[in-house]
Design a protein around this ligand. Sequence first.
Ligand SMILES: Cc1ncc(COP(=O)(O)O)c(C=O)c1O
Length: 435
Amino acid sequence: MSRLLQTGLNAGKDPLIKVIDGEGVYFVLADGRRLIDGSNTGGPLGHKHPVMVEAMKKAASNPVINEGWFWAEREAAAEDLIDIAFGEEKSWVGAVRFFLSGSEANDLALTFSQALTGRTELATRERAYHGMAGLARQMTVQPHWHGGLAIQGGGSKPVPPQVPVRILPAPANAKYGGLPDNRPLVERMAGTQETLSSVAATIIDYTQGGIYYDSEYQDYVANAARKAGSLWIADEVVTGLGRSGRWFAFQGGETRPDIVTLGKCLAGGSAPAGAVVMSKDIVEQMKGKSWQTYSTFRAHPSAVAAVRAYLSVMADGQIIRRVKTLETRMQQRLIEVARKHPSVARVDGFGLHWTIELHGPDWRKWYADTTDAPIASRVAARAMEAGAVIGTSGEQTSLFLAPSFIISDDELETLISALDHGLDLADAEFERGAA
Ligand SMILES: Cc1ncc(COP(=O)(O)O)c(C=O)c1O
């Protein structure tokens, strides 16, 4: 038995894959197979991108310096992030602080909001995932990601709550299937402003639990939060910096957040990094105050080098335009695949992040408290026979596709064909269940 404690993304006892290397869009496995790495939200440029490799070699010569010292390169990384990624948001963007991960950025954005507003309660939307540290963990409201202990054989010991969390209804969209709630948004969201009137921050992400971006929803929640005195944090840890087919998902709506949190793509997959980006208005409210937080390895020289290298690759917008083109292709192909498979309940997504949800037990009742591999993990295992590794985010009935932005048309087709192949297994079980 391994003495390394870890939790697999594909729930179940056995690891889905044993990775020994990566090259471009491929994972190389211990048994020699090269499979498309199809659900890697932290690897926007694939493996061993030459610009990233070169930057990381140079980074080894950087000084050993912690967050508490001024360092010109860190300042330059902040300027790059503001000028390149937030170039279209000049009238909005105020200031940046780097963190170690998306989880840490969310935790610190939430505690910052509590300090600024003097309120304790927090809000998110149904089925959200915001990370596994501090308050980010508490805002993760998928039942199996509670941060505590799942008892194999049944039951769990979750971590006791630190603050009251209000949960808003989620957008009810789907590109295929689903059970769209046809009530007008105002009706579905009735009481939102009242709910938010005691919360410090409302944090909303745009992919987790297979619930995707919806501009009308964003503007509704943003306006309600503003009126209620709650800050609005856009969690762009997954969607920020390219994956949504624009720099940021929030740019699809009219409203602008108080705070944006980043991670995943930020350092091109070559170093751990997160960031909190504040609006000019929030920076104004900080005048005469200092944010009393610190960590030794935040904005570590390797992370700073990786952030600058990633932004240099993305700067001309070509890759983001390519993601947008692939979005159309993915939507069309995934709907075709879904139509062939009675086991598919719903498909939704945008940019290069798509979820395929299967018929099966309700996600609200999944606690990952069994060693049996759930249906989504078994579909992922079968998909490998056809050349791709697909992730499940630990949910029982959901798979997601999030390949790197450098994927070619042919490789994307292999990925979708692998899903198609894997879904035969789900169909057989679905039909047995229906019989
Ligand atoms: C929307 C969202 N926010 C935050 C996080 C946390 O990021 P990390 O796991 O890098 O700390 C995740 C991770 O999947 C995420 O999906």
